[in-house]
Design a protein around this ligand. Structure first.
Ligand code: FES
Ligand code: FES
Length: 208
């Protein structure tokens, strides 16, 4: 999965490199999913994990403590979108492959479709909505506009969050590091050049 978390997908892992090298998309999907620690949500969807009674859980989202009543099978993505109306994170593949649902958990980019909401109690969750404060927006958002890094926009919020999380961890990243670091997100419209240019410009200014 493009779990952007280094420990879950392995340092230096790059989906596009793998696909280019093997040409085996099915095998790649199995490998990526297998490397991801957030498989519980997918197991639930497959019926491996039984649903339970709805219970109140407390989450910290974008700096605020919120309560949601959820069954143990509900993903973080569904709680964010359906219960908290934070619809920036998108449900596209819902199978940990595209990155459209990317959020930050404790500072790391994570596929929200791969995490059960109950797993996220006590963690610091940030969505793309956290990157705007009134008229002030994160430089990543400004940079996406400047470098024309979006077309249909479906991948864009996830890519913005992944870029911010990556630059927080590697503020002076090189071009190659940026390409690898953002390798867990997919853009069907092919806006990679603009996204990379945006990230590179910010990295050259120290990541902020
Ligand atoms: S990776 Fe979560 S919707 Fe695609
Ligand atoms: S802008 Fe359309 S999928 Fe990325």
């Amino acid at each position: 999965m493009h779990d952007h978390e280094e420990e879950s997908r392995g340092p230096g892992f790059n989906r596009r490199d793998f696909l280019r090298g093997s040409g085996a998309a099915v095998a790649a999907t199995a490998l990526v999913n297998g490397a991801h620690e957030g498989l519980a949500a997918q197991d639930v969807k497959k019926g491996v994990v039984a649903a339970g009674k709805a219970q109140d859980i407390k989450l910290k989202v974008n700096g605020k403590e919120v309560t949601a009543k959820v069954e143990n099978r509900v993903t973080l993505l569904d709680v964010l979108r359906d219960d908290l109306q934070l619809t920036g994170c998108k449900e596209v593949c819902d199978t940990t492959n595209c990155g459209a649902c990317t959020v930050m958990i404790d500072g790391k980019a994570v596929y929200a479709c791969s995490r059960l909401a109950i797993e996220c109690e006590g963690k610091d969750i940030k969505t793309v909505e956290s990157l705007r404060n009134g008229d002030t927006v994160d430089p990543v958002i400004t940079g996406f506009c400047k470098h024309d890094a979006m077309q249909c926009g479906f991948c864009t919020p996830g890519f913005v969050v992944a870029t911010r999380a990556f630059l927080n961890q590697k503020p002076n990243a090189s071009l190659e590091e940026i390409r690898k670091g953002l390798g867990g997100n997919i853009c069907r419209c092919g806006t990679y050049a603009g996204i990379t240019a945006c990230a590179m410009e910010i990295a050259q200014k120290g990541g902020a």
